[in-house]
Write a protein that binds this ligand. Sequence first.
Ligand code: SF4
Length: 237
Amino acid sequence: MSDSGYSQQRVTRSRVQPSAGFESDRIAGILTTLEAEYGSREFVSRGRPVDVLVETVLSQNTSDVNSRQAFESLLQTFGSLEDVAWGSVDRIEAAIRFAGLSRIKSVRIRNMLQRLLQENGSLDLSFLASLELDAARRYLTSLDGVGLKTASCVLLFSLQMPAMPVDTHVHRVARRLGLIGVRVTADAAHSELEAMVLPKDRYPFHLLLIEHGRRVCHARNPRCAVCVLRAICPSAR
Ligand code: SF4
């Protein structure tokens, strides 16, 4: 199936069973169980691709609250991202101080905005939606400071392309559930999880694994006794 099948109709999923044989059944069972627990996740755009790109760079190593505050401060200071591109690094750094690592991030943001303007004549990245998923991701990861997770966030949350961002929660929960090996890095997990999760399911799968990681499958003390996935989890305590 092509990745462009993301928008196809949702299929009925079966409830999770400990004996589920095929990986696709297991993924479907996990999704159904987490949706029953936390509610379904329908697509909501997070804005223009370039906005999501800058916000995601700002979110590296900090909370969503801090990165959102930094992004709003950046726009208040400069008025637009086009003006950020030609602003001084010192001024950008001051505007995004809430996000931490503000020197590094200010240089990266300015450089990437300048390159996008020079290459495309604008900050409109909607052309990425016409590319194959891997080609669109390659373009974004060619920007300094943009890794697989950031690129996948832009493609998924702005352009509704079927990318699978693997953050710390998705990585941890997927490893504990045995979906990926314990030595599989977060970067390598992007392609592994995309290979096993249907394009149309990647958006809810990503969000629900994060929700589960935040609420139940904590990094230090996972709450296995109350976990709805404990019957199929090889790491359940
Ligand atoms: S059973 Fe425990 S380790 Fe497995 S997913 Fe649930 S909380 Fe995480």
